[in-house]
Write a protein of this length. Structure first.
Length: 267
């Protein structure tokens, strides 16, 4: 399916040279500030991922991008690119260079905001060696069945671009990963035609799944309503379990799913 969005994996670890004179309280404060800085950067990365979620190949003079469509098919639906090959390196460099503009800007903003702490260092380090690229098949014929809008000669794949980076503050470092799903196509306008119907189809079936999954739980409810915002459609679904922990789990799962899916239409 045509999905675009992000997922992240974040962990925190102290550098080997942690100052033994720092007491636990100071370390906790440093850790809180580091996580705050990481979250600030994460929000910028999310905005970038949403704004750039559709790659229109007609905007770039890079012949290798067109070869992505030939890598996957109904039989082989996912291919991982080898970044040590000329082709894989070319695609990785293209995506990395595009993103590094934002990454470098985040470094500049955080450094200026916390200038007392970053005198001769940067808060974030990009880890090119941890990058990963996968190409996923998109069934264009199935998309055509989901929309009444005509689409012709459309090609599309989803490129999953994952990279690693470190966030640092004083003696702490925080390794993290960020994943961007690019809908890569030769016809952006036709992709935009399919997204409203695809959003409705996907959200409808996902919500039905949650209703079936939770129907037997105590006080379960399925309060369904539609709202339309531009070309995006959302399904608002309410659950009441009488158990705050269960409710929190469902809410977290739902909001994370929305965030990771991140349907985007660019006309």
């Amino acid at each position: 399916m045509l999905t675009a969005g992000v997922t992240t994996v974040v962990s925190c670890a102290s550098k080997p040279n942690v100052d033994p004179s720092d007491d636990d309280n100071d370390i906790r404060k440093d850790l809180d500030l580091l996580l705050k800085i990481m979250n600030e950067a994460h929000e910028v990365f999310l905005n970038y991922a949403n704004e750039k979620a559709v790659l229109n190949l007609n905007d770039y003079q890079i012949p290798e991008l067109n070869q992505l469509f030939d890598l996957v098919n109904p039989t082989e639906k996912e291919v991982e690119l080898q970044l040590d090959t000329p082709f894989g390196e070319k695609i990785n460099n293209f995506l990395e260079n595009n993103f590094k503009t934002v990454f470098d800007e985040v470094n500049r903003l955080i450094t200026n905001k916390y200038s007392n702490y970053y005198v001769n260092s940067m808060p974030f380090a990009f880890k090119t060696s941890l990058s990963n690229l996968k190409v996923n098949y998109v069934d264009v014929a199935a998309l055509q069945k989901l929309t009444t809008e005509p689409i012709k000669d459309l090609k599309a794949v989803v490129v999953n671009y994952s990279f690693g980076y470190n966030g640092s503050f004083k003696t702490l470092t925080n390794p993290a990963r960020f994943n961007i799903k690019y809908v890569t196509t030769n016809n952006q306008s036709d992709v935009a035609k399919t997204l409203p119907d695809l959003n409705l189809f996907f959200l409808h079936n996902f919500c039905l799944y949650w209703i079936r999954l939770t129907w037997n739980k105590n006080e379960a409810t399925g309060d369904q309503s539609f709202s339309t915002q531009g070309s995006k459609m959302f399904w608002s679904l309410g659950f009441g379990f009488g158990d705050s922990r269960n409710s929190a789990i469902v809410y977290t799962a739902w909001t994370r799913w929305q965030q990771d899916l991140g349907f985007v239409s660019r006309d």
